[in-house]
Design a binder for this molecule. Structure first.
Ligand code: AMP
Length: 144
C-alpha cells in the first residue's frame, strides 16, 4: 500500500501556522483540531519546521509556563523528514521507527506539501491491509 491511498481516505488537509505564533496559540490549535503536530510554514506551501505535542511538553519542562508566550520557532524541529505520495506504508513505518517521530508531511511530485500522515493513520492502514490479506487467504483456502 502507498501513502497516496492513506491520503485518499483521510484527505489532504495540512494544519499549519507561521513560526512567530506563540506556543500558547499553537497548543490551542492542536487541542481544537484534535491533532498531535502542526507544520510550521510561512505560506506558499514551504516547510520551516514541525511542532508536535512532544515539543510542547519539552518547552514547558524546560521553561515552565513562560514558554507559552514564546514563539514556536524556539521549540520546533527545523530538519523535517518528509515522504512522497508513492512511498510505501511499510517504508513510512520504518522511517518513523528509526527517526522516533510519529508525523510525516507528504510532498507531491512537484515537491509541494499535499498531506500529513500520522502513526495512527499508518497503523490503521496496516491493520486494514492485513485483514484484507487474511480474508483473501481464507477465500483461497475454502475455494480449494
Ligand atoms: P512526534 O513523535 O511526531 O510527536 O515528534 C517527536 C519529535 O520529532 C518532536 O521533536 C518533533 O518536532 C519531531 N518530529 C515530528 N515529526 C517529524 C518529522 N517528520 N521530521 C523530523 N522531526 C519530526
Amino acid at each position: 500500500m502507498q501513502v497516496i491511498e492513506i491520503l485518499r481516505l483521510k484527505g489532504h488537509e495540512v494544519v499549519s501556522l507561521p513560526s512567530d505564533t506563540s506556543l500558547a496559540d499553537a497548543a490551542k490549535l492542536l487541542a481544537h483540531k484534535c491533532i498531535g503536530a502542526v507544520v510550521v510554514s510561512e505560506g506558499q506551501g514551504g516547510i520551516t519546521g514541525i511542532l508536535s505535542e512532544r515539543d510542547l511538553v519539552r518547552a514547558l519542562g524546560a521553561e515552565g509556563a513562560a514558554a507559552l508566550a514564546l514563539p514556536v520557532s524556539r521549540f520546533m524541529t527545523r530538519t523535517v523528514v518528509t515522504c512522497q505520495e508513492r512511498d510505501t506504508v511499510e517504508g513510512l513505518m520504518e522511517m518513523m521507527t528509526r527517526g522516533h517521530f510519529r508525523h510525516v508531511p507528504v510532498l507531491d511530485e512537484m515537491g509541494h506539501l499535499c498531506g500529513l500522515v500520522s502513526i495512527g493513520d499508518v497503523v490503521k492502514a496496516h491493520i486494514a491491509e492485513t485483514a484484507r490479506e487474511a480474508s483473501n487467504l481464507r477465500q483461497y483456502i475454502s475455494a480449494g
